[in-house]
Write a protein that binds this ligand. Structure first.
Ligand SMILES: Nc1ncnc2c1ncn2[C@@H]1O[C@H](COP(=O)(O)OP(=O)(O)OP(=O)(O)O)[C@@H](O)[C@H]1O
Ligand SMILES: [Mg+2]
Length: 384
């Protein structure tokens, strides 16, 4: 029996019902898995190596068959679908981009639509559009995968998975082979894409940070293929159900939790600014120890320390600023901005990227502390 997805009033997109997978009669790789995967959301499977994440993912499109139990896709048992056709109806992205080395990027992206009978010209045209969707420049389409960076290859992998316009996207550690900076970019891109596309995405990772950044819901798997906890990321960080999940989430979960604490109460202080064009003007004096350099549009471009005022005459000479804080973003971002800034002041921008002031680390710490106390009180009240 299944229950409709309560939040949307719709049936879940994917339903695991008592699914067990045992390879070669050994211990179960997936053990009696029952869970619903919401339509149009990102669900992340996270857990240590060997806990059955890939196996669970692959049972959705029948790359792996369950030993017992069943999986429903939009209410239909997937075992009644033709495996090859089912596979092509879902996007699949894996760790190594899995691109065909002897085919151009465009032809790689067009692979599944071609298999589905789309004409060559139409498939290529769509592939060209998808390059833009995943943030790649159009001229990369003619290259071969070996001529792209790792991050670019993963983007092509995402484009290829999107080419057949699938309602479901399965992603198995798609960003784990790239360096942390590129990885963060790819995560941002995926969230941006998902805001427009609203696909049902099942995303596998062994990185709890990645899971909490991307997931609308996170499923933590334990060794032996057991689903240990399945909840919103905030809840998994705030209230791990057992020692295994607590250990997996880690000691610094208090810090991770900040990612969910909204920063609306952070005080934004005024900041003295100087426009790039006026840097070389000796009649313009600055009073603050740190003056923010902005362009004609008010966007920040670094800091001018008072001591160096006379010697800084070009934008390139300014002291590079830290990360920017967008008004209303989380406390974690606010703290990042303040701590990464050479002035200790976190540059705050509006939605158009214009500097509107600065935030101070000490004040953010105070907000974090009071939020922590509030949370402690709330937990105490629900516990008694
Ligand atoms: N084709 C197979 N034949 C036999 N055993 C397998 C096969 N595929 C996976 N297993 C076993 O099933 C268990 C779960 O494997 P799975 O690949 O699903 O784990 P995972 O969570 O994706 O791990 P990782 O994080 O390392 O990718 C492991 O013990 C693994 O050795
Ligand atoms: Mg795996």
């Amino acid at each position: 029996m299944t229950s409709p997805d309560q939040a949307s009033g719709q049936r879940p997109m994917i339903e695991f019902r008592n699914v067990t997978k045992t390879y070669d009669g050994g211990r179960p790789a997936v053990d009696d898995l029952t869970m619903d995967i919401d339509r149009g959301r990102i669900t992340v499977f996270v857990g240590p190596s060997g806990c059955g994440k890939t196996t669970s993912l692959r049972m959705i499109n029948r790359m792996v068959e369950p030993t017992s139990g069943g999986i429903l896709l939009e209410g239909q048992d997937v075992s009644h679908r033709k495996a090859a056709e089912l596979r092509r109806s879902m996007g699949y992205v894996m760790q190594s981009s899995g691109l065909l080395p002897h085919r151009s990027v465009l032809d790689n992206i067009a692979t599944v639509p071609r298999l589905n009978g789309v004409g060559k010209a139409d498939a290529r045209k769509r592939a060209q559009e998808l390059l833009d969707v995943v943030g790649l420049s159009p001229d990369l389409g003619r290259r071969y995968p070996g001529q792209l960076s790792g991050g670019q290859q993963q983007r092509v992998g995402v484009a290829r998975a999107l080419a057949a316009d699938p309602p479901v996207l399965l992603m198995d550690e798609p960003f784990s082979a790239v360096d942390p900076v590129v990885r963060a970019e790819l995560q941002e891109e995926l969230l941006r894409l998902q805001r427009d596309l609203a696909r049902t995405i099942v995303f596998v990772t062994h990185d709890i940070d990645e899971a909490t950044i991307l997931g609308d819901k996170v499923a933590v798997f334990a060794v032996g293929g057991r689903l240990a906890q399945y909840a919103a990321p905030e809840e998994i960080l705030r209230a791990p159900v057992d020692d295994f999940v607590a250990g997996f989430v880690g000691r610094d979960r208090g810090f991770r939790h900040l990612s969910f604490q909204e920063g609306h109460n952070v005080t934004i202080h005024p900041v003295e600014t100087i426009e790039v064009d006026r840097l070389a003007d000796p009649t313009v004096s600055v009073r603050s120890p740190w003056t923010l350099l902005v362009d004609a549009g008010g966007r920040p471009h670094g800091w001018v320390p008072q001591a160096t005022r006379g010697s800084i005459t070009r934008q390139a000479d300014a002291v590079p600023g830290g990360s920017l804080y967008r008004r209303g973003d989380t406390l974690r971002r606010a703290l990042d901005a303040a701590l990464s800034s050479p002035s200790g002041l976190g540059v705050t921008v509006d939605d158009d990227g214009r500097a509107i002031g600065v935030v101070r680390a000490a004040e953010i710490f105070d907000l974090i502390e009071s939020a922590r106390l509030d949370r402690g009180r709330a937990e105490h009240n629900t516990a008694v």
